[in-house]
Design a protein around this ligand. Structure first.
Ligand code: MLT
Length: 408
């Protein structure tokens, strides 16, 4: 008899963003005359930069001729891309990362979801609340949690991120083995200073723990004093893995490309305490289960690092950040406290006691604007909503006009 992985029964029926998509579709079917503006899922709307398209086209043209055609590529990614990433994203900022420590992939969602399979079933995991649902759900699927009770899974150490602590996770009181951190944060938009990250690196080193650091939104950091990579922190190479993505930075949500950094010094431990290279393990995992990102997509990603690519990507990010500013100011003017939107594309809005799904429904029904209910990111996500800056200036401006009307 073929039996199911019953850990899946512990999950909520559907993934947060699928749930929202269903509600929006139902609304749209019932009100075809009221077009919605989507500020929910963080999906980019502007076209890929021209330099990226040229890189893409070069890759496609090469695939069209026998002489330059490529079949299977290296599972870890082509050297031309890994070298640019290492030089530009890390070495230029004084962070020691070499090209062979970079694993190119089809995105940070897959990597941050897959990475947990390298760890034992009975490790203790610490997860912020609210949090990007992938970290928690993939650990539930793997059987690393107990049942879902009163809005939380048993045997997970939740780190509450509340107004009182500036939406920053605090060091757990009990010992934990695996720590998920995300800065700039999804969903709250909060950021961490170097001193904040130093605290976590020190904790991980002392406790032989590992940090999974999601830096998918680093390119939205405006404040030059803030770290963009955990490897800007001394000692992090031994205790941290970092996820990055071209999705929000360069418009790759539909194109798919990201990467994970696994430093060679990073060690985990066998049951008897022997050191095991995490780099070797991830390499083994990827070469068995992954066949690399397509060549044209890697050529497109490489073009992000060209002079034109950099200028165009900056323009894209500036445009989204202008939207973030509009959202933040509008919500503040309406009397709502917000966090985020200054170094991140997400604005976390305090709903003043409203249930976050009620607030979501109110904005959908009265303003035809889609946001994300904070409760979907965890118990501490109530009473917040997350508004995303990913849309056109025109749509964001219209959405905010409608929100003003609806909440007046
Ligand atoms: C989000 O809206 O949180 C993100 O777009 C989801 C993702 O990147 O997978």
């Amino acid at each position: 008899m073929i039996r199911a992985n019953e850990n899946y029964n512990k999950l909520k029926a559907s993934y947060l963003f699928s749930d929202i998509a269903k509600r929006v579709e139902a609304f749209q079917n019932n009100h075809p005359d009221r077009p919605v503006i989507r500020l929910g899922i963080g999906d980019v709307t502007h076209a890929l930069p021209k330099a990226v398209i040229r890189g893409f086209q070069t890759g496609v043209d090469e695939m069209a001729r026998d002489a330059t055609f490529r079949g299977y590529g290296p599972e870890q990614g082509y050297a031309f891309l890994r070298e640019k990433i290492a030089a530009h994203d890390f070495q230029a900022r004084g962070a020691e990362v070499s090209a062979d420590e970079i694993f190119v992939s089809d995105g940070a969602k897959c990597d941050s979801g897959n990475f947990q399979e390298l760890f034992a079933d009975d490790i203790r995991i610490a997860i912020p609340d609210p949090v990007y649902p992938v970290y928690l759900d993939t650990n539930v699927m793997a059987g690393r949690t107990g049942e879902f009770k009163d809005g939380r899974y048993e045997s997970v150490v939740y780190m509450d991120c509340l107004k009182e602590n500036g939406f920053l996770p605090e060091l757990p009181e009990q010992e934990v083995d695996l720590i998920y951190l995300c800065f700039p944060n999804n969903p709250t938009g909060s950021t961490a200073t170097k001193a904040e990250l130093e605290k976590w690196v020190e904790y991980a080193r002392e406790n032989k723990a590992l940090i999974l650091f999601d830096a998918a939104y680093e390119s939205f950091i405006r404040d030059e004093s803030l770290p963009r990579s955990i490897y800007e922190i001394k000692g992090a190479r031994e205790v941290a893995v970092e996820f990055r993505s071209f999705s929000k930075t360069a418009g790759f949500t539909g194109t798919r490309c990201g990467f994970t950094v696994v430093p060679k010094e990073c060690m985990i431990f066998s049951g008897s305490g022997e050191k095991i290279s995490l780099h070797a393990m991830w390499n083994r995992r990827q070469s068995t289960k992954f066949n690399g990102v397509s060549y044209p997509v890697q050529k497109a990603a490489e073009a992000v690092y060209s002079k034109e690519g950099q200028a165009e990507v900056k323009k894209l990010i500036d445009a989204y950040m202008e939207n973030a500013d509009i959202v933040r100011r509008t919500m503040n003017t309406l009397g709502f406290d917000t966090v985020g939107g200054e170094n991140s594309p997400y604005i976390w809005v305090d709903g003043q006691g409203r249930d976050s799904w009620d607030f979501f429904d109110l904005l959908l029904n009265k303003a035809s604007v889609v946001c994300t209910p904070g409760g979907g990111f965890g118990k501490c996500g109530n009473p917040y909503i997350r508004i995303s800056a990913f849309n056109s200036l025109e749509n964001v401006t219209t959405a905010m006009e409608r929100v003003k009307e609806a909440l007046r």
